[in-house]
Design a protein around this ligand. Structure first.
Ligand code: SF4
Length: 407
């Protein structure tokens, strides 16, 4: 791996909003590195501050301006770039605004001394977006209005870019998309794309980011069952464990279909772990419907449930629905579900004690390294030796709230 040129300009990236925006920031970081920039570890020591903003939630939109004001007043000399779906012309008073459609030119015009050099990333994991847009129009979601209809990245471009990433020493690639299960480029579906990636690259690990249950094909299950390089972890969006709420949300599956998918995956891939998202306090959600969700979560036993309180988004059908629920009740419902999911996670983590697992270590903090198992359990290990970006086999001796501890 090449050394980073200390004279190259450094960039600090801040991200607002969803998991997908985080994936986009990762792509911007990879682009920045390939253009010879360094990544700064914090905002105070950076030359350039990039905010990848978001307008998907009202909160993210409000936070954009707060962050820009803070950066401008604390570091008036720093170069600031505002991009992402929350970037607006009116933010030009804070820095250079680069609209999403021009994101590929983000670093144009920045003089960078390291620019001509071949500087590679020390990063371990690459988030790589292969699909964008959504045709589903779930009643609570603004994404289809912001991102447009479903479209997939050309297979040739994907292979070219992944080969470049592979040369930089990245060990794991995470394929993402707004609706990744709908990947379709000239008839090549997601399973076909992954088969090509397996054949033509040597990444040690390949993961999928979030996928909808109704898009999970039998071809994908079969592919995962046969390939050790495909990580046995899926984030399969549930959103509610109540069929009537799922109907109001405009989701295209019910709880029976969801649980039979989980059973199928567990049968085909015994070490698989599943995580999910659930929204509580959707308009009209009754106490009985919440109880249905709680019972369903107890039944399916997932590694992690990200619990969100419903937040109305202007322009969506759900924002106009009757039966909007107070913040107080939403909070109480979220806490109830969070307590349950934390108990389930502890049960799953405790079952790992005494086992040997392979971990790709990514980060070091206070002498402790952290990384993930193939099935996405976070592992912490003390080590004198630098084990970053290495896959190490470790024995599990204990658990914390969200992770397991290795010897
Ligand atoms: S599937 Fe539904 S929740 Fe997901 S992006 Fe599309 S509309 Fe939004």
């Amino acid at each position: 791996m090449n050394k980073v040129d200390k004279k190259a300009k450094s960039i600090f990236f801040a991200t607002l909003g969803c998991r997908l925006n985080q994936a986009e920031t990762d792509i911007l970081k990879t682009n920045a590195i390939s253009q010879g920039f360094r990544l700064a570890i914090n905002e105070s020591e950076t030359d350039i501050f990039v905010l990848n903003s978001c307008s998907v939630t009202n909160k993210a939109q409000g936070d954009t301006e707060k962050i820009l004001k803070k950066i401008n007043s604390k570091y008036p000399q720093k170069e600031v770039i505002i991009t992402g779906c929350g970037a607006k012309k009116e933010y030009e008073k804070y820095g250079r605004v680069v609209l999403n459609s021009e994101k590929q030119n983000l670093f144009d015009g920045i003089k960078n001394i390291g620019k001509e050099q071949n500087i590679y990333s020390q990063r371990t994991r690459l988030m790589y977006k292969v699909q964008d847009g959504c045709n589903n129009f779930c009643s609570y979601c603004i994404v289809p209005y912001l991102r447009g209809r479903e479209h997939s990245l050309e297979a040739e471009k994907i292979m070219r870019e992944l080969k470049t990433a592979e040369k930089s020493g990245i060990k794991e690639v995470v394929l993402c998309g707004v609706n990744i299960g709908k990947y379709d480029y000239k008839g090549t579906k997601l399973a076909g794309l992954i088969e090509n990636i397996l054949k033509n690259t040597a990444f040690l690990r390949i993961r999928l980011s979030s996928i909808n249950p109704d898009d999970f094909s039998d071809d994908l299950v079969a592919l995962w069952a046969q390939n050790d390089r495909l990580c046995p972890h899926f984030h399969i969006s549930l959103q509610s464990g109540s069929d009537s709420v799922l109907t109001h949300m405009g989701r295209k599956y019910n709880t029976k279909q969801y649980s039979s998918l989980i059973s199928k995956l567990r049968k085909a891939i015994p070490e698989v772990q599943i995580t999910t998202d659930i929204i509580v306090g959707f308009p009209g959600e009754t106490e009985e419907e919440l109880t249905e969700t709680i019972k369903f979560v107890e039944k399916i036993q997932l590694l992690k449930v990200h619990v969100f309180r419903y937040s109305p988004r202007e322009g969506t059908r759900a924002a106009k629905m009757d039966g909007q629920i107070s913040e107080k009740v939403k909070k109480e419902r979220a806490v109830k579900l969070q307590k349950l999911e934390a108990r389930i996670r502890q049960r799953i983590l405790k079952s790992c004690i005494g086992e040997e697992v392979e971990v790709l270590f990514e980060q070091k903090k206070n002498g402790h390294y952290s990384g993930f198992t193939p099935n996405y359990i976070k592992v912490i290990k003390k080590s004198q030796k630098d084990i970053t970006n290495q896959i190490v086999r470790v024995k599990i001796k204990g658990t914390e709230e969200n992770e397991i501890i290795a010897n």
